[in-house]
Design a protein around this ligand. Structure first.
Ligand code: NAI
Length: 668
């Protein structure tokens, strides 16, 4: 039993969804089948109105059941499934009485599509309410009428904007857009829903000024070009398919729904959709690493208010913690507070919320917060000696059960924890830059880290709405270690005379979020050099050293691999050259080889962990499912043989890791 129906004295049917065995409602086949039976019975019973609502505290319906979609065997099977679901929503839409969806928390994908088949929607007016059709993030587009009903409700362009970006909106924006008819605070919400049901107004109409059907074809070309600038359509075909569905939409609703279903079913079987749906399950897996433990953290003290410390403190305060922040340089604190203000303004809706966030963030030059902190996050310069002496100086001021977390990006815990009296309380918490956008945090445990400390760190990461990846301590951890060989090879390619743009373009054409040389410039070439010296001391590229010695440190110094003016690279007009055939393999395969090394050293649980880390931490080839999935899809033998060929031509650095060679023996 997933649904429960109640009749009130007005003869209004209140239909509650409380999916059995799950903390979140999803539109699974059993949920839909049961709804179908209820709708059939309701037609006979003719209630005055029907109100749909969820009994789950976290929201209405979070979407379709991704596992069911992923398990489908063919586009035909997908079309059949969608047709059945479409018919059920059509029955809901055709019910002869007012229908109201009461929306709180998550109302996404299939959940919103169900709500769109109701005559009215009423949102709960609080920050938790999020509505949207984020299917493009899974490599598909809406399939249960979203791309048909949403434009008809709120107008083509606003609807496309929402769907193409997969953007979620809160209750108030939903009201402005016409996505919901009313909003009400929790205390008045049920009454307001009943009012809609008993005194139904004219249903919302889209603005009369909407793109007429014949013009859609022309607009489609323009919208496609705009969309392609954001995501390469060769890697992400869903947005263009969605634009086509909209541009060629038949006026008849049933035919339009069938066309949408057809396109969606095809998309479902693209490698991109398969890979993105797998990543969705990996996200759930990372969250599960933190489930079941409590962080015990109320007060956080951050030491070091530079790029990272400032961002970590601001993010943590935003997420509801009391945070004190110290730095040996008072000017850094001033800057940090300013940046925190920008974050609060961007992320928080009301003045009350912003003020509360301000109150939680305490600039604390005297480090008074150390005595109260349950968690101390260290984010000072990347220097083992500096970190050691800092820990030695502060340990005696901490509460007995306080956890110490270092944000080191590469240093093994054993190296920085040696000055602590109790090194078992030290854990690594490797945030990525920018903290507010990159969702991954590597949670590093060393030989000495206590299990409860590790668990508390994992729980804290989840509590600040980031994804924790548990990693065993080793230089460079997972993400940076796998990225460095890719970066170093790019530097060598450039020193061989291949233009930087050609190298970077090859990487982005493959699906990297940005080129390796542009990335180096952004991070700072001096920082890259330091990390390479630490991790691969025998392979420091001379070109990188020369650039840094010449003061060319990348974006921050105005020049690195590129020259910058106003924060943007100056484009050179050199004629385009064609890249060497092995350029992409030279960039990508060293990363795979390193990932295999990380796996064989047992630094993470399995290959899926590496993919999750590389995608959520560095945006590495999501449409291919991450490096290990790419390795699997391309074939380990092919990768090993290609590495052997590259090693013969370019040198031993390409020698396949023994674990790859072993798999050849397995295959033989
Ligand atoms: P940064 O140079 O911007 O900031 C360091 C801050 O620490 C400065 O404000 C400095 O005044 C302060 N500081 C130095 N020694 C101190 C001490 N003994 N006591 C108090 N404050 C002290 O450095 P950034 O980039 O924020 O890096 C900090 C840490 O985070 C490093 O370990 C780095 O490897 C790591 N990290 C950096 C990332 C990045 O993208 N910048 C990404 C992930 C980790």
């Amino acid at each position: 039993m997933n649904w429960r129906i109640e009749r009130d004295t007005h003869n209004v049917a209140w239909l509650h969804l409380d999916q059995a065995g799950s903390g979140t409602n999803v539109l699974s086949q059993p949920v839909l089948a049961e709804l179908d039976e209820i709708l059939t019975a309701l037609r006979e019973a003719s209630p005055t109105a029907l109100i749909l609502l969820s009994d789950k505290p976290n929201g209405f319906i979070a979407g379709a059941d991704i596992r069911e979609l992923a398990a489908l065997q063919s586009p035909e099977a997908a079309r059949e499934l969608i047709a059945r679901a479409d018919a059920i929503l059509a029955r809901l839409e055709g019910l002869g009485c007012p229908t109201v969806a009461m929306i709180h928390g998550y109302c996404l994908g299939g959940g919103l599509e169900l709500a769109l088949a109701c005559r009215y929607r009423i949102g709960r007016d609080d920050t938790g309410t999020r509505l949207g059709l984020p299917e493009v993030h899974l490599g598909i587009h809406p399939g249960l009428g979203g791309s048909v009903r949403l434009p008809r409700l709120i107008g083509s362009l606003p609807a496309l904007r929402l769907m193409l970006a997969g953007r979620l909106v809160g209750a108030r924006e939903a009201l402005r857009l016409g996505l919901v008819d009313r909003i009400a605070p929790e205390r008045a919400w049920r009454r307001a829903a009943l009012d809609l049901a008993l005194r139904p107004p004219r249903p919302h109409r889209k603005p009369w000024l909407d793109l007429p059907r014949p013009l859609r074809g022309i607009a489609a070309g323009y919208i496609k070009r705009q969309t392609a600038a954001r995501a390469n359509p060769a890697h992400y075909p869903a947005p263009a398919a969605l634009i086509d569905v909209w541009a060629h939409e038949p006026a008849d609703l049933t035919a339009a729904l069938a066309a949408e279903a057809h396109s969606m079913a095809d998309l479902l079987f693209t490698p991109t959709a398969r890979n993105l749906m797998r990543l969705f399950t990996l996200e759930t897996r990372l969250k599960a690493y933190a489930k079941g433990s409590a962080s015990g953290v109320h007060h956080v003290h951050v030491i070091g208010a530079g790029t990272m410390g400032a961002a970590i403190a601001a993010w943590t305060a935003l997420r509801g913690y009391t945070v004190s922040l110290s730095d040996e340089n008072p000017a850094a604190l001033g800057r940090a507070v300013r940046e925190a203000g920008e974050l609060f303004t961007a992320k928080l809706r009301t003045e009350v919320e912003r003020t509360a966030a301000w109150d939680r963030l305490i600039p604390d030059a005297a480090q008074a917060g150390l005595a109260h902190a349950d968690l101390v996050i260290e984010a000072i310069v990347e220097n083992a000696e500096a970190k050691r002496s800092l820990f030695a100086a502060v340990e005696s001021r901490l509460k007995a059960d306080a956890v110490i977390a270092s944000n080191t990006s590469a240093l093994p815990l054993a190296m920085i924890g040696s000055a602590l009296r109790d090194p078992s309380r030290l854990v690594g918490m490797h945030f990525f830059n920018p903290v507010s956008r990159v969702r991954l945090i590597e949670v590093i445990s060393g030989e000495q880290t206590r299990e409860d400390v590790r668990q508390r760190a994992l729980a804290f990461v989840l509590a600040i709405d980031r994804l924790p990846l548990p990693v065993r301590s080793s230089p460079g951890f997972v993400v940076n270690r796998c990225l460095l060989p890719y970066l170093m090879e790019a530097v060598l390619l450039e020193s061989e005379g291949i233009p930087a743009t050609l190298i970077d373009n090859a990487a982005t054409a493959f699906g990297m979020p940005m080129g390796p040389l542009a990335l180096g410039d952004l991070v700072g070439l001096d920082v890259c050099l330091d990390v390479i010296r630490e991790l691969f001391p025998a392979r420091v590229p001379a070109r990188l050293q020369a650039l840094v010695e010449a003061g060319k440190k990348g974006l921050k110094s105005g020049e690195g691999f590129y020259r910058y003016r106003g924060g943007r690279p100056v484009r050179s007009d050199s004629r385009p050259e064609s890249p060497p055939d092995d350029l992409t393999d030279r960039l990508v395969l060293p990363m795979l080889n390193e990932a295999v090394a990380v796996l064989s050293e047992g630094l993470v649980g399995d290959a899926d962990d590496i993919d999750a880390g590389m995608v959520f931490g560095a945006g590495v080839i999501p449409h291919r499912g991450g490096p290990m999935q790419y390795l699997r899809q391309r074939g380990e033998n092919d990768v090993r043989q290609t590495l052997e060929r590259l090693a013969a031509v370019h040198g031993e650095r390409f020698a396949p890791h023994p674990a790859l060679a072993r798999s050849r023996a397995d295959a033989a």
